[in-house]
Design a protein around this ligand. Sequence first.
Ligand SMILES: NC(=O)C1=CN([C@@H]2O[C@H](COP(=O)(O)OP(=O)(O)OC[C@H]3O[C@@H](n4cnc5c(N)ncnc54)[C@H](OP(=O)(O)O)[C@@H]3O)[C@@H](O)[C@H]2O)C=CC1
Ligand SMILES: O=C(O)[C@H](O)COP(=O)(O)O
Length: 484
Amino acid sequence: MNELKTMKAYPFLLNGEWKDSTSEKLIGIESPSGNDNVGEVQAMTEHEVNAAIAGANDAQQNWARKSFAARAQLLYAWAEQLLEMKDELAATIMKEVGKGLASAEKEVIRTADFIKYTAEEGKRLHGELINGGSFNAGSANKFALVNRNPVGVVLAISPFNYPVNLSAAKIAPALMGGNAVVFKPATQGAIGGTLMVEALDKAGLPSGLVNLVTGKGSEIGDHLITHPQIDLINFTGGSKTGKSISQKASMVPVILELGGKDPAIVLEDADLDKAAADIVSGGFSYSGQRCTAIKRVLVQDETADALLSKIKEKMEGLKVGAPEDNADVTPLISSKAADYVTGLIEDALEKGAALVKGNHRNGNLIYPTLLDGVTKDMDVAWEEPFGPVIPVIRVKNVEEAIHIANESEYGLQASIFTRNMEKAIHIGNELEVGSVQINGKTERGPDHFPFLGVKSSGVGVQGIRKSIESMTREKVTVLNMTQG
Ligand SMILES: NC(=O)C1=CN([C@@H]2O[C@H](COP(=O)(O)OP(=O)(O)OC[C@H]3O[C@@H](n4cnc5c(N)ncnc54)[C@H](OP(=O)(O)O)[C@@H]3O)[C@@H](O)[C@H]2O)C=CC1
Ligand SMILES: O=C(O)[C@H](O)COP(=O)(O)O
């Protein structure tokens, strides 16, 4: 694997061997700023994809026979290797997806922690024993032994925004559950994904247990998701792609982590400094390219001016610029993404929203933008920008805030800022989302909390223990005793 680092064209890992594709087609990866050619990845052929799935299928049987402790050993070694490669990985994430260097380093450290915790949690997975005598028509002579078995081959498809963390967050729990993995990273993010697999390979990955598939989702995606040897699909990405995968996957179980439109609901008794600080960091960090970013603010009219002025003031503290300079707001992943965000801002301004700050653009870099007076006829009230724009919608009362929050097609998370806990819990109960944050910004971490979206935001539950459970299935063995 020494050549990997010096090669511009990154190979894929197939059954323990790093290979170039016989397609002889390479996909070039440019940094979001357009200043760097980060490298190239292989556009694999269908034949190679088939070999990756078949190899994983073969490797899975042996792996499933390993003890949890043995599986955990691989994960510990992987975490160590990742930390050894931290600088290289962070620099790659920074260049490939335009994330500030310090955040990219944090992503690597968080991933190593995630993997170690997964090893620990996996070792503590227990089955259960159910006594048949507790059901009227049952019998005390019957016992059900309920164990967790692997599903088989997991197809892990990850998005660009956390190319290392969100990939490992699928692979580690899948492995701990006794599965093999076919891993298809986002194309913009595939070099980070490749290095992450290199770390796993160096840690002693059995041949074929994790095979890396590179190529454009639009070209190889359907083939992957409809392949008969895929036993579960664990996907994170946009809702449109996720819904189409779920339709095509037919009887194959899916875990989908999709888009969001997380609201921050700010009540009149809220600590406005805290709310403004969380809205700014929750909405603008990594340029708003987080599924859990705050993507709209719902605030009562009488509180709106004070809140807006605090948000605006805190936005002055945001660093806008290059990932190398640790900026919070950096160029968006592509010009298409930047055009989309610009379009949302223009639509809102044309329809009467007030620009409080921002709306400058330089290439793919969009300056943090705050819009006041956003109304329901504006696209930015409903669409997920995946960029640095926060629309503020003024409401008459809490009921209207809940109503608008729930009118969204998405249901990932929501924040409620108030000093009245009883009210917060009541509002939280009314919101159609996977998680509610009281007096805090919306966010996935810490990674051992359950994480889920409802409506168009997803299917299934993740979060370390939940992820292992979601990628294993219960197996019931009934003991019929002849004597009580
Ligand atoms: N809820 C959550 O936990 C999270 C959700 N997201 C969501 O992800 C989105 C941003 O990520 P982004 O990478 O742009 O999402 P995309 O949906 O564009 O891509 C996600 C992954 O799907 C692949 N893909 C594309 N088309 C297909 C297909 N037809 N079949 C199978 N796979 C396919 C992509 O490959 P390729 O790159 O080659 O096109 C990529 O690996 C946002 O909507 C965000 O909210 C992001 C992070 C967390
Ligand atoms: O994709 C995402 O948005 C990440 O999973 C977010 O993680 P965080 O909210 O903990 O930063």
